[in-house]
Ligand binder design. Structure first.
Ligand code: 13P
Ligand code: SF4
Length: 375
């Protein structure tokens, strides 16, 4: 298909994705702009900080997962086009009004960490914990990282639990431990461990629950002894950053500052000067004095963007790992998928709506609302 589409005389079949996959970068960009102009305020584009530059440039609103959840709850737009990953669009659907529609331009944009926990495994874990400890609902607060499917948020809503993000995890864990003696934290062991560590919980009171083993691979004593049970999940991007990367860099730049996302392992977080969410990373570097040098342990699209944005202030922003660490799933939201989504919307057809079933959305909203109230 050529880029001479300005006459808007497309046939229904032309809006199949196949035709869009072949668009050049320039064609896709032009068609996004054209469709957006026709949609006006009916559609809002939310972009996570990890989104690729050729899509991020079209964002109306950007943020980390907490900020985007809030923005999704506040917008009046009819269509919330989410340039992020699947769980983020689910949250937008849960928190928006019924007459609004959340859309994910490519349904293959999932989160590999979120996929490391599922309802069957969490329910089995809950049964095994109940057998080991007595009534699980009295002893353990389930806390799910927002990087999880809606049915797991619903599980937390139904069992007195809550959702957290990388921004508010410390407050949420405080809330959880004030209610019950233990926390089951899923699916990211690293965010859970860093949060527990910051609260002064000893490492031997944080046990890893392996969902593929009976009783999580733990003895009854280990379960009894644990204050936080850490689900054995991780982010495949952030696991690439290693403490040696920081140490090598510090020998060259002893005055440099290191900032990391809490999905990095504990050693990386401990060795960093600052640890926080993507929004925190962005704000911290933006607000730092000019001519400072930064090593950043998070996804490459964000680090590249920061490196460009900070140049005029004389700040140097470097990526922590020697290899490419990108969120390959978020990367799937490309200009071609965005053009396809927006042109369909402009033509009156909703593609890739994300609709969480009502029976999940209700309790998931409860768990999210608890989080939003606290943070
Ligand atoms: P943020 O909370 O910083 O948005 O992080 C979400 C995420 O998926 C990071 O990998
Ligand atoms: Fe999921 Fe990791 Fe991508 Fe974040 S960076 S969305 S945790 S796969």
């Amino acid at each position: 298909m050529s880029g001479d589409w300005a006459g808007h005389r497309m046939q229904a079949a032309d809006l199949d994705f196949e035709c869009f996959g072949a668009l050049s970068e320039a064609q896709a960009q032009a068609r996004i702009l054209d469709a957006r102009a026709r949609l006006g305020k009916r559609a809002v584009l939310l972009c996570h900080h990890y989104q690729r530059a050729d899509v991020y440039r079209h964002a109306d609103l950007t943020g980390d997962s907490l900020k985007l959840a809030r923005l999704a709850a506040q917008t009046d737009a009819e269509f919330i086009v989410f340039c992020g990953v699947h769980f983020m669009a689910e949250v937008a659907d849960i928190l928006s009004r019924p007459e609004q529609t959340a859309i994910l331009p490519d349904l293959a944009a999932g989160c590999s960490m979120a996929d490391m926990a599922n309802l069957a495994k969490v329910e089995r874990c809950w049964r095994e914990l109940a057998a080991a400890l007595g009534a699980a609902d009295e002893k353990i607060t389930p806390v799910t990282y927002i990087n999880s499917a809606a049915d797991l948020k619903a599980f937390c809503g139904e069992h007195g639990g809550i959702v957290c993000t990388s921004t508010n995890a410390p407050k949420i864990v405080d809330w959880a431990l004030a209610r019950r003696e233990k926390v089951l934290f899923f699916p990211d062991q690293h965010l859970g461990r860093w949060t527990g560590f910051k609260k002064g919980i000893a490492l031997d009171h944080m046990a890893v629950w392996d969902p593929d083993l009976e009783n999580g691979g733990l003895s009854p004593e280990e379960i009894e002894n644990a204050r936080i049970l850490l689900w054995k999940g991780h982010c495949s991007v952030h696991q690439m950053f290693q403490v040696e990367h920081i140490q090598r860099w510090r020998t060259r730049y002893p005055d440099g500052r290191v900032i990391s996302h809490p999905e990095c392992n504990l050693d990386v977080c401990r060795e960093s000067d600052y640890v926080g969410s993507t929004e925190y990373i962005r704000d911290t570097i933006a607000e730092a004095p000019g001519n400072t040098r930064w090593l950043v342990g998070t996804e490459l699209n964000l680090v590249n963007r920061l490196a460009e944005q900070m140049k005029p202030q004389g700040k140097t922003v470097q990526f922590m790992a020697p290899m490419v660490c990108m969120c390959s799933t978020m990367q799937r939201i490309d200009p071609q998928h965005l053009a396809w989504t927006l042109e369909n919307l402009a033509a009156g057809r909703v593609v890739n709506p994300i609709r969480v079933p009502v029976n999940e959305a209700g309790p998931a909203r409860t768990a999210l609302a608890r989080m939003l109230e606290i943070s």
